[in-house]
Ligand binder design. Structure first.
Ligand code: SAH
Length: 472
């Protein structure tokens, strides 16, 4: 972080602006909005500055800048069009340890002024540290569109209502739940939008007696790795959670998006190497929910596809705990999309089957005969350790040894690797791979070369048979 964002209280605090033109005027406006006591020093003043001076909103000093003007000032803004003067102001301010901003010159400034989205008392400040002002502006425009105008009013009445909530709901985390529920309440937003503040306050009052103490569990699919493949709902729940139980497959970039104060608990497991047993995980979900906490069970991909989501829900039903399920993008969808392999295609595959290489001990055998019919796509989850069996069985049951196969390692992440070859080479192809790997077997894989993400600038030629594509 090059700069520490802080919000300074300037009410009745003396500040200096050097320069009397339209840029100085803009800065004066901002300082006045924050209630600062503003002095402007310049040889000539913009007419609006003169007006403000006459109205005694600001003090005008018609003189050249001298260092004495910095005495007792909290901060100074140099807004002249003369580089030397701006530099002089910056140097003197630094000597006296007065915060200084030279307009449009971050290298001369000890503080910079961010782009602002003002929904006072909610204020959002955006800065690119002077490196990409246009990007910062675009972000600001997005936020302007995103944050409703009534947000300020919502924050104000919430501020007035805080003491009441504190008096009624003693427990801190229950209080937080109350506010989360309230702010997520569409009816409240509606009332404020229509300017019906009285009714909004009534709603806040009546919500105080609702049961906020009940915990619940959300089974959330986190997608295959790329954090931008999270659903909006997943993100929302992750940001409201008290406790998050996550799998090994959930990437650290995704965990970074969880509410900072939430407890993060790893119940990671790899095929055959159970760190926290499934029954202990089920138990923990129940325990946390019974404590009245909002629990998010975050799983790689989708919870209902080789995610044991069903087993966890059964436990919750038994314990009478409220739950919801948020679907995620499963590895088959994510990996195939990022590798340019359509799972079905009118010319190559009329069906797609998802199977797992890892089965319960003494589990049912796969129906190799059915899986070996051509013109269907087979997606194998957790298949790497079973490569040999898969290769042998499919060929023995009639699938052509030349059937194209793809191994997608760490799919959709920045380290995605795609290895492509033939069914007869499956074991060989997977030899060097570690980490989550998805197998796609079938004629559709032949499209990968053509449909892998097109990057004309890289002019990348793909070697064939087997070839390796690194999309990083
Ligand atoms: N519920 C998950 C699957 C869990 S099983 C889902 O819907 O995606 C774990 C297996 O999924 C891994 O062994 C691997 O085969 C596959 N997998 C999950 N994420 C993957 C990724 N990013 N890249 C490749 N394979 C992945």
């Amino acid at each position: 972080m090059d700069y520490l964002p802080i919000f300074t209280k300037l009410e009745n605090r003396p500040c200096l602006v050097v320069g009397g033109g339209s840029i100085a005027l803009r800065k004066v406006h901002l300082l006045l909005k924050a209630g600062a006591e503003v002095t402007v020093c310049a040889l000539q003043f913009h007419s609006s500055l003169l007006e403000k001076g006459n109205a005694q909103q600001i003090t005008l000093l018609k003189q050249a800048f001298t260092p004495e003007l910095l005495n007792n000032k909290w901060l100074v803004i140099a807004a002249t069009n003369n580089k030397e003067i701006n530099q002089l102001v910056a140097d003197k301010a630094d000597q006296l340890q007065v915060l200084v901003n030279v307009v449009d010159s971050p290298e001369q400034s000890s503080f910079i002024m961010p782009s602002i989205v003002d929904r006072s008392p909610i204020v959002v400040a955006i800065s690119s540290g002077g490196k990409a002002p246009v990007l910062a502006r675009l972000i600001r425009e997005r936020l302007e569109a995103l944050l409703p105008m009534h947000l300020g009013r919502l924050a104000s009445i919430s501020g007035e209502f805080r003491h009441r909530v504190k008096a009624v709901i003693k427990n801190v985390s229950l209080r937080r739940r109350y506010w989360e529920k309230l702010f997520g309440n569409g009816e409240l937003a509606n009332l404020l939008q229509k300017g019906q503040t009285d009714k909004a306050v009534q709603l806040m009052e009546s919500s105080l007696t609702e049961d906020v103490a009940r915990g619940d569990v959300a089974l959330v699919g986190a997608g295959p790795g790329d954090p931008s493949l999270l659903t909006l709902k997943a993100l929302q729940l992750m940001q409201q959670a008290d406790v998050v139980l996550y799998d090994r497959l959930v990437s650290s970039e995704i965990l970074d998006l969880v509410r900072r104060d939430a407890d993060l608990i790893s119940v990671g497991k790899e095929a055959g190497n159970h760190e926290v047993g499934q029954s202990r995980t089920n138990q923990m979900l129940v325990e946390y929910a019974l404590q009245g906490r909002k629990v998010v069970r975050l799983k790689g991909g989708d919870s209902f596809i080789f995610g044991r989501g069903g087993e966890e829900l059964e436990e919750l039903v038994e314990a009478g705990i409220a739950f919801q399920v948020v679907p995620g993008i499963t590895a088959a969808s994510g990996c195939s999309a990022y590798a340019g392999i359509p799972l079905t295609h009118r010319d190559f595959a009329q069906s797609v089957t998802f199977v797992t290489g890892h089965r319960k001990a003494n589990g049912e055998q796969l129906n190799w005969k059915a899986l070996s019919i051509s013109n269907q796509t087979l997606v194998v989850y957790m298949g790497l350790i079973q490569s040999e069996e898969i290769q042998t069985q499919l060929i023995a049951n009639g699938r052509s040894p030349d059937t194209p196969v793809a191994l997608i390692n760490k799919g959709t992440s920045s380290q995605q690797h795609v290895v492509i070859g033939k069914l007869s080479e499956l074991v060989l192809l997977g030899g060097g791979l570690a980490g989550p790997t998805l197998m796609i077997i079938g004629e559709v894989v032949s499209l990968a070369e053509k449909l892998a993400w097109y990057k004309p600038e890289s002019n990348q030629k793909l070697s064939r048979d087997p070839f390796l594509v690194n999309l990083a």
